[in-house]
Design a protein. Structure first.
Length: 368
């Protein structure tokens, strides 16, 4: 997403640089300056072959030496030789977001100014930002990483109605968890003391949300995500041990439509089945601490298209449309969309479903 037209002052640019150097912005495709571009698309299509850190090769920067470090550690930047390819593939990654946002708006066929949207696992919010830019009434972002400062910056920079809440999907009990007030106060005191003692703050707190979520300590409490008109979810079901339960949760909180960008098991198309990997393809990068089974199965989980459609239908969404973008060979090889020379689709598939009944899942009825 090109934010250059909104970054009009040095302070705006410095804020973007701050979010890059502290590791907040790197994954989703953003342009902040002619010589500051972030995005993970290059690593997708190269299948992480030369990546040693989650911050490798997802930033092009020229003339900004401060961006060579991430949390004080040197990172591998995109080289000048690879610049054109990086920009091309990043623009296509951005196009995919534009594509499905436009398709969602088209499918609902109501003024976007009257609609509310939400995403669980929003990351840095590009899909919601695009909806806001098109005039969405309000957007709600939920993620276990604390992006509060980033979303407040978006709100001021773009003058949009977007809200963020830090929370996490609990795969064990199939609910949303947040920190309770007691934990938040303890964390503030802990961080305050660390500042006085000049100790590093990142990844040091005993109250980090990720650690609390895996341990499920008393410092967390259940949070019921409010209903909105449209729930969307991008590249998230593959990280869930049982994606059906997460999909049902999203459906229960949508009044009009849902969108899923999901990883599909394409090898068993006639079955209602889940596929579990032998190991995560990026395990050495993503997993930072041991987790008990089944929580250690946290990537590359796939469900068949039949099972996804069945789940949506059982939750009141019978009108299901699969949208298939035309993509470059690089993205097709990664596993999304299709090419003109073949009818074979990739395993990353995009679905929009509109509500056709008031059916809700057992999770909703029992308020789990």
């Amino acid at each position: 997403m090109d934010l250059r037209k909104y970054i009009n002052t040095k302070d705006d640019l410095n804020k973007a640089i701050q979010f890059i150097t502290n590791g907040t912005l790197f994954y989703q495709p953003f342009i902040f300056h002619d010589n500051i571009i972030v995005g993970e698309a290059r690593n997708f299509v190269k299948q992480y072959g030369d990546v040693n850190s989650i911050y490798d090769y997802n930033l092009y920067s020229k003339g900004f030496p401060e961006l060579e470090l991430i949390n004080g550690v040197k990172r591998n930047l995109v080289t000048e030789q690879e610049k054109d390819f990086f920009i091309k593939i990043n623009n296509e990654y951005d196009f995919l977001y534009d594509y499905f946002v436009n398709e969602i708006i088209k499918e609902i066929d109501e003024p976007i100014e009257n609609l509310s949207f939400a995403e669980i696992g929003s990351n840095t919010g590009i899909a919601l930002l695009k909806l806001c830019e098109k005039g969405a009434k309000e957007c709600y972002a939920y993620d276990w990483t604390n992006y509060s400062e980033l979303y407040q910056w978006y709100k001021e920079l773009l003058n949009i109605n977007i809200h963020f809440r830090q929370c996490g999907w609990d795969n064990l009990y199939h609910r949303i968890l947040i920190k309770n007030d007691y934990t938040i106060n303890l964390e503030r005191i802990d961080n305050f003391i660390r500042k006085i003692l000049r100790k590093p703050l990142h990844d040091q707190s005993n109250y980090s949300f990720e650690k609390l979520l895996w341990k499920r300590e008393k410092h967390l409490k259940t949070y019921d995500v409010p209903e909105v008109d449209v729930m969307l979810n991008t590249v998230f079901t593959n990280h869930q041990f049982d994606p059906m339960q997460f999909i049902a949760y999203c459906c229960d909180r949508s009044r009009k439509a849902v969108f899923f960008w999901a990883l599909i098991d394409i090898y068993n198309p006639d079955h209602h089945t889940l596929f579990f990997p032998g190991s995560s393809p990026h395990e050495e990068i993503i997993i930072s601490e041991d987790r008990d089974f089944p929580l250690n199965v946290n990537n590359n989980v796939r469900l068949t298209e039949k099972l996804l459609r069945h789940t949506l239908s059982q939750c009141g969404f019978d009108n299901i449309k699969k949208i298939i973008p035309d993509v470059s060979q690089d993205f097709y090889d990664w596993g999304i969309g299709k090419r003109s020379y073949t009818e074979i689709e990739g395993s990353w598939r995009l679905f929009i479903a509109t509500r056709t009944s008031d059916k809700r899942s057992a999770f909703y009825k029992n308020k789990i």
